[in-house]
Write a protein that binds this ligand. Structure first.
Ligand code: NAD
Ligand code: IPM
Ligand code: MN
Length: 369
C-alpha cells in the first residue's frame, strides 16, 4: 500500500492531540507491517481560518479530492463561534463532505467488554452491543435551500433551513445500509419522522421500495426518530443497522456513543460512490468534536480517532487483517485496565492521551511478536 496517498487534517482543539497518537500508530504499521502511506498534512477549521482567512482553502480541498483517504481530527471552538457562517470552522468540514460527495457516514457503536461498566446504562443492557448507524451526510437540512436569516419589512427576523431529499439520495444511502446488514445481523431499521415531514414520507417509501426490489433477505423496520432515541437507551441491542438522515443521524450517533462509555470511543467512515476504477473517496474522523473544555491538557481519549484509522484500513485499503489487529490492540489495552478519564472504571489505571497511545502500541507489539 506504499503508493497510497493519505491527507491528514488534524484541525482544532483536541484534534492535533488525538491525531498525534494516530501518527504513531501509522509509524508502527510502516515499520512492523510494511503498510505505509505517503502522508500529507493540511489545515481545516479554525486553524485554517487563522492562517488563510478561510476554514478550507481550495488548495487543501484539491488535495483531499486527490487523496486515497483523508483522516480528520476535529474542528471548531469558542474562538471562532461568532464568525459569519461561511467562515466558521464547521464549514470547512461540511465542504469536504459535500465536494467529495461523501453521502454515507458509517458510525459503529461497539461496546468493548471491559468498558461495559463505563456506560451510563446498566451493564446487561450494553454488554456485547454492536450497532451500525448509517447517517446520510450530504443532504437534508444541512444543505437544503432556501436557507439563511432575513429581515422582514416590520423588522422581524426569520431564520430558514430546508429539509429536502430526492429519491436517488435516499436510495443510495439505503443501499449502503442494506449491504452492510447482509454482512452482519441482516436487520435494518430506517428512521425518520414520516408522521410530520413529507421528506420523511418519501424516505420511508423509497427505503421500502428498495428493500422489496433488492433486499428481501434483510429484515426492514421503520421507526420515528423520537421513538428511536428512546429505544436506544431503553433496549439498544434490538438494533443492528440504523439508517437515517443527516440531522437525526447526528443526534442519534452522539446518543449511541454514551452506550459505549464515551463519545471518545466512536469512530466514523464517510464514504462516496465508487468511480469507474472502483476507487471511492473517503474521509475518516471521530464522531466527537474539538472538546474545548479539555483541549491542550493531554486528557482526550484518542481511541475514536485510532479506531477511525482501523476503519480506513478496512474500507479504503481492504486491509482487513490489519484493521482487526488494531481493534484487537485497542481491546487488549482496555482489557489491561488502561483508561483515559472519560472511560474510567473502578480499579482501572488512568492515563493521558499519550499514555493511551503508548498502551495501544505496546499491545500492537505483543500481538505482532
Ligand atoms: P464535543 O464532541 O467537542 O464535546 C462534547 C463533550 O464530550 C465534551 O465534554 C468533551 O470534553 C467530551 N469529549 C469529546 N471528545 C472527547 C474525547 N476524545 N475524549 C474525552 N472526552 C471527549 O462537542 P461540543 O462541545 O458540542 O462542540 C465543541 C466544538 O466541536 C464545536 O465547535 C462543534 O461545532 C465542534 N464539533 C466538531 C465536530 C467535528 O469536527 N467532526 C464534531 C462535533 C462538534
Ligand atoms: C459531526 C459534527 C458535525 C455535524 C459539525 C461539526 C458540522 O457534529 O460530525 O457529528 O453536525 O455533522
Ligand atoms: Mn455531531
Amino acid at each position: 500500500a506504499a503508493n497510497k496517498k493519505l491527507l491528514i487534517l488534524a484541525g482544532d482543539g483536541i484534534g492535533p492531540e488525538v491525531m498525534r497518537q494516530v501518527e504513531r500508530v501509522l509509524d508502527w504499521y510502516a515499520k512492523r507491517r510494511a503498510v505505509s502511506f505517503g502522508v500529507n498534512h493540511g489545515l481545516v477549521g479554525g486553524c485554517s481560518y487563522d492562517k488563510h482567512g478561510t476554514p478550507l482553502t481550495d488548495e487543501t480541498m484539491g488535495e483531499a479530492m486527490e487523496a486515497d483517504a483523508v483522516l480528520l481530527g476535529a474542528v471548531g471552538g469558542p474562538k471562532w463561534d461568532s464568525l459569519p457562517f461561511e467562515k466558521k470552522p464547521e464549514r470547512g468540514l461540511l465542504r469536504l463532505r459535500k465536494d467529495m460527495e461523501l453521502f454515507a457516514n458509517l458510525r459503529p457503536a461497539i461496546v468493548f467488554g471491559p468498558l461495559a461498566d463505563a456506560s451510563s446504562l446498566k451493564r446487561e443492557l450494553v454488554d456485547g452491543l454492536d450497532i451500525m448507524i448509517v447517517r446520510e451526510l450530504t443532504g437534508g437540512v444541512y444543505f437544503g435551500k432556501p436557507r439563511g436569516i432575513e429581515t422582514l419589512p416590520d423588522g422581524t427576523r426569520r431564520g430558514i433551513n430546508t429539509q429536502v431529499y430526492t429519491t436517488p439520495e435516499i436510495q443510495r444511502v439505503a443501499r449502503v445500509a442494506f449491504d452492510l446488514a447482509r454482512l452482519r445481523g441482516r436487520k435494518v431499521c430506517s428512521v425518520e419522522k414520516a408522521n410530520v415531514m413529507e421528506s420523511g414520507v418519501l424516505w420511508r417509501e423509497e427505503v421500502q421500495k428498495l428493500h422489496d426490489a433488492d433486499y428481501k433477505d434483510v429484515e426492514l423496520s421503520h421507526m420515528y426518530a423520537d421513538n428511536c432515541a428512546m429505544q436506544l437507551v431503553r433496549q439498544p441491542k434490538q438494533f443492528d443497522v440504523i439508517v437515517t438522515d443527516n440531522l437525526f443521524g447526528d443526534l442519534l450517533s452522539d446518543c449511541a456513543a454514551m452506550l459505549t462509555g464515551s463519545l471518545g470511543m466512536l469512530p466514523s467512515a464517510s464514504l462516496g460512490a465508487a468511480d469507474a476504477r472502483g476507487r471511492r473517496r473517503a474521509l475518516y474522523e471521530p464522531v466527537h468534536g474539538s472538546a474545548p473544555d479539555i483541549a491542550g491538557k493531554d486528557l482526550a481519549n484518542p481511541l475514536a480517532t485510532i479506531l477511525s484509522l482501523a476503519m480506513m484500513l478496512r474500507y479504503s485499503f481492504a486491509l482487513g487483517a490489519d484493521a482487526d489487529l488494531l481493534e484487537k490492540a485497542v481491546s487488549n489495552a482496555l482489557g489491561a485496565g488502561i483508561r483515559t478519564g472519560d472511560i474510567m472504571t473502578p480499579g482501572a489505571t488512568k492515563v493521558s492521551t499519550a499514555g493511551m497511545g503508548d498502551a495501544v502500541l505496546k499491545e500492537l507489539d505483543k500481538l505482532a511478536a
